[in-house]
Ligand binder design. Sequence first.
Ligand code: WTA
Length: 660
Amino acid sequence: MTEANGNQSAATHDALENLLQENRQFPPSPEFAAAAVARPGIYEEAAADRPAFWAKQARELLSWERDFETALDWSDPPFAKWFSGGTLNAAYNALDRHVENGLGDRVAIHFEGEPGDTRSYTYAQLTEEVKKAANAFESLGVSKGDRVAVYLPMIPEAVITMLACARIGAVHSVVFGGFSAEALRSRIEDAEAKLVVTADGTFRRGKPSALKPAVDAALAEDGHTVSSVVVVRRNNEPVDWTAGRDKWWDETVGSASAEHTAVAHDAEHPLFILYTSGTTGKPKGILHTTGGYLTQCAYTHRAVFDLKPETDVFWCTADIGWVTGHSYVTYAPLINGATQLMYEGTPDSPHQGRWWELVQKYKVSILYTAPTAIRTMMKWGEDIPARYDLSSLRVLGSVGEPINPEAWMWYRRVIGGDKAPIVDTWWQTETGAHMIAPLPGITATKPGSAQVPVPGIAVDIVDETGAPVPNGHGGYLVIREPWPAMLRGIWGDPQRFKDTYWSRFEGMYFAGDGAKKDDDGDIWLLGRVDDVMNVSGHRLSTTEIESALVSHPAVAEAAVVGAADETTGEAVVAFVILRGSAAEQPQEEITAELREHVGKEIGPIAKPRRILIVPELPKTRSGKIMRRLLKDIAEGREAGDATTLADNTVMTQIANSLKG
Ligand code: WTA
């Protein structure tokens, strides 16, 4: 990796060396392989004709009102069209057709609230709720193509809202409940949302936690496009009310008709926008459309998790505010007619065994979670999961960041009873669905590696010049061919779409990740090579946090880095130069204030773990901050090569100030 590309540090290098000494392998058991969804030969079949392979999946896994003629139109790269001309309705595919096929009584969602309240929805019941919500939203003036902002906790109404939008052809834009009013406001504004769906609040570690006040604050100033706010009653805390604008869900959706006919939309009709952090300050509205997205979600959910919808209980622990919650909570499980668990709360409320208690209670058979959660549970100790019967688990998934071999082995042994295959799935908000993952039943898994591209996906690792690296070497992860669930653009900014993903290497999608091929050609992900951080599997941008810091009157300049952290993967560390009189304030006071400020501007997840007050920042002659050197300090190392600094005394000045 070159310096210009950022964050690959000595620590990453050490991690890489350790990884490459990892040579354990776990082939599937013969019994698992014999019953597996993915059949041998699938890779060859898909590689022979990718568009034809995906067309076959689209027709097998989805119900089309009008069939498509062309699988892929790539005549105007990088703007792909998949299955265009075909028409379908996402909500019909997720709901009505299962009821029509006699599966109305199958449980779609088992919901468990943090306080322990439970609700289950059969496919018939969920269909009815979605129809009511669709009627209610239409009565509030929402129609095809309109945008709806969703700011909800992990409750069934989140899924119902998303599917009601899809049913109408309205475009949902879910904003994670942990984001601040300010972050919500900018997303509402960028998408020009007409409706906001929220809740009074949720529960966090046994206490009510509010959501509605953030919506009120986001809409406090005139000039926005929102005409209605629908509010789900969840924690029954008092809320402020804007008459005419605000409506209770119980009343509006509750009184709506349960008759609603789904209209089919073109395969390329926009399904949702989801904002994600990039390398610049402004989050990007990633746009996904209908037919291709649903095809790849449904296919990967079946093949990668070995899903048997009749018998499995699937549990994806991701929040609906992230892409994992979109693809593997709202869409794939329901399109596939599966039964899933949805849990509102934190893993340690009211006790650290809550997740395992849920696995036991609902007989969860497929669990999909993030390495940061696994590492946290490792810290809590294996005696906690040992108290529960986890024998129902037969496939384990990992997503969001590289999983270290130690966590992988613990997951396999302690949670998976030394037999459930682990699928480490690499993908992004932009890719929409899994791109690299083992197939259980076929792949002999390796601890810490996502290994192989999904059938029908063309991934490669290239060097600086775009040439593929040989086995045993590292480089940049790229995608060579268009794929069905690929983003169709950045909302309102086609040029940024081209610049961000398609300009680094000619004709290839550049993911922003570094990766390595081992001697077998298997892929090991090594983390971002740009200014994007990954904290507990959440994507955060260094520049976005820097902008938040400098918007505070006490801050003259700021630089943010992701420092390696045992549990969260990375932790946000900020270096700040204070302005004038602020430098005289007690440091603890000012750093506490700055952390709060970042929380308010972006959200609590973005608050720096540490803020270091420094007299100067290391910059090159062209003025670019050398984050690599700051990362060395943040990770407690001797700072590396500083010869390209404009002022080579800066590092000594910083070191002295931190000592003092
Ligand atoms: C990282 C989450 C290693 C990666 C689905 C990517 C991973 C970013 C893995 C996307 C994995 C995701 N192994 N790294 N299995 N999965 N990543 O958009 O850096 O929130 O670019 O999508 O997470 O994060 P996003």
